[in-house]
Design a protein around this ligand. Structure first.
Ligand SMILES: [Fe+2]
Length: 487
């Protein structure tokens, strides 16, 4: 298997004792207020420190930990990172217990980070970064920034990238313990940043390497049940995928790798004439597959999928008319500039019949980061939460939408123009079963206050606004994805 330079990530850090002591001291006064989301976090991280309840009441029964991951190193000296996806990963931990929230943030301790911090330079090639030819790359893990998402598995917290191994972290201190090896013969095998968990805790995930896709089947206790392979015929860019209770669905967008030199994403070409292809794989027998064809769409993220009684598969995703955040993606924002381009995606339901082509049923909700109730993962459901809204003159979402597929209507809560809203997760209420019996929890940066906040909504009344908001004394950088642990 070609594990080569499936590069992603880089970035840097410029820090100092003053920064470590005062996380807000690194704010650059000439930058727009939203730039706080793209500023390098202190090398020592954040906290643990209390967040303050600034609105509402802490919901009774809400107890657990929100973990999130994202790039946090955007500068070395005077040099800016050249792609948003290439910043060193920092895991944020917000523990909520007895109505109180406590935040901790720590960088993932990677080889890339160690070498770039020592040199105070960006060196590693990445997803959108050419890199320095002198940087030693023997495997993709040499450039692995561990910066996209997190997974709790078998009591371990894993920091995930898409082209390399998962990093093991202490779930309380966030100390990095090394790479995760799922099985001795799988050492170094990529572990995608978008694993899928069945309601009973079983996890499925992909290992991407060109046209060859590995498939992990992980037991609820974190042990590896099986690993298999499928061939998707061409090296589509695969950041996410989805599954029903019985089928894996690999969405092959027509963004195809035609060369393999840094930056990684620069080797992909958009070939819309090929349309979107769906590979549907039987979970019980990975050799049983079928293909379906759909119109061309680009995407980063799915919600989830389910299968009707007649075998029709329905999946929702944030689909774009063409690729976004390719080479150079986010470089302007890292420099505090915004060219005025807001997301062009639409929350869409793809309907894949047992025979014939897939159809796309579009909503008018523009946005990304779709999420569903984890109790309904792979099963029929009504709700999808998604970040939407835009504000003139600055990047990022400003609202939370909850689409009800049964009514075709969406509820939207607008946070206000001073907010940059991040992914929100469904958290089931104790001893309940309905999707509406959930809290929807996520983070947002209050650009006016220059502080990060955690917002909690009741899924039964999203339009009424949050039931509780906790605010930190500082802002941490915008991130990508999170997970919730009841511990
Ligand atoms: Fe993602």
């Amino acid at each position: 298997m070609n594990l080569n330079r499936r590069l992603f990530l880089h970035s840097g850090l410029m820090t100092g004792a003053a920064m470590a002591l005062s996380p807000r001291a690194h704010a650059e006064t000439t930058m727009p207020d939203w730039h706080i989301g793209y500023q390098t976090a202190p090398a020592a991280g954040f906290g643990p420190g209390p967040m303050r309840l600034v609105s509402g009441k802490a919901p009774v029964g809400l107890s657990g930990t929100l973990y999130r991951n994202g790039p946090a190193q955007f500068k070395h000296g005077n040099a800016y990172a050249t792609h948003w996806f290439d910043g060193d990963g920092m895991v944020q931990r917000v523990n909520i217990a007895d109505g109180k929230a406590v935040h901790t943030g720590r960088y993932v301790a990677t080889k890339k980070r160690q070498l770039e911090m020592a040199a105070d330079k960006f060196l590693a090639p990445g997803f959108g970064t050419v890199g320095d030819p002198s940087y030693p790359v023997a495997s993709s893990d040499d450039v692995n920034p561990g910066n996209i998402s997190v997974l709790m598995s078998g009591g371990e917290l894993l920091a995930l990238w898409e082209a390399g191994s998962a990093y093991r972290l202490d779930p309380v201190t966030l100390e990095t313990r090394g790479f995760k090896t799922w099985r001795n013969d799988l050492k170094g095998m990529p572990f995608l940043a978008h694993p899928k968990r069945e309601p009973d805790g079983r996890v499925w995930n992909l290992a991407i390497s060109g046209r060859h896709i590995g498939i992990y089947n992980i037991n609820p206790d974190g042990s590896t049940a099986a690993f298999g392979m499928v061939d998707i015929g061409a090296a589509s860019y695969i950041h996410d995928w989805t599954m029903t209770d019985r089928k894996l669905v690999i969405l092959c967008q027509p963004w195809i790798q035609t060369k393999n030199t840094p930056p990684f994403i620069g080797g992909f070409q958009w070939k819309p004439e090929q349309g979107m292809k769906f590979l549907i794989v039987d979970k019980d027998d990975l050799t049983r597959t079928r293909w379906a064809q759909g119109p061309a769409r680009a995407f980063y993220h799915t919600g989830s999928a389910w299968e009707d009684a007649d075998g029709t598969i329905r999946l929702d995703a944030a689909f774009y008319p063409e690729p976004v955040l390719g080479s150079g993606g986010g470089a302007d924002e890292i420099r505090g500039q915004f060219k005025g381009e807001h997301v062009s995606s639409k929350l869409t339901m793809a309907v894949i019949p047992t025979k014939g082509d897939a159809k796309m049923v579009e909503t008018n909700i523009a946005g990304d980061f779709p999420q569903v109730d984890p109790r309904r993962a792979g099963l029929s459901r009504k709700l999808t939460a998604m970040i939407t809204g835009s504000v003139d003159g600055r990047p990022g979402g400003s609202a939370l939408a909850v689409q009800d597929w049964s009514s075709g209507k969406a509820e939207i809560y607008d946070f206000g123009s001073q907010y940059m809203v991040e992914e929100h997760l469904f958290i089931p209420k104790p001893s309940s079963t309905s999707e509406r019996d959930s809290w929807i929890i996520g983070t947002a940066i209050n650009t006016r206050a220059q502080r990060s906040e955690v917002w909690a909504f009741d899924a039964s009344s999203v339009e009424d606004g949050p039931v509780a908001v906790w605010q930190a004394d500082y802002a941490w950088p915008l991130g990508f994805h999170g997970t919730w642990s009841n511990a």
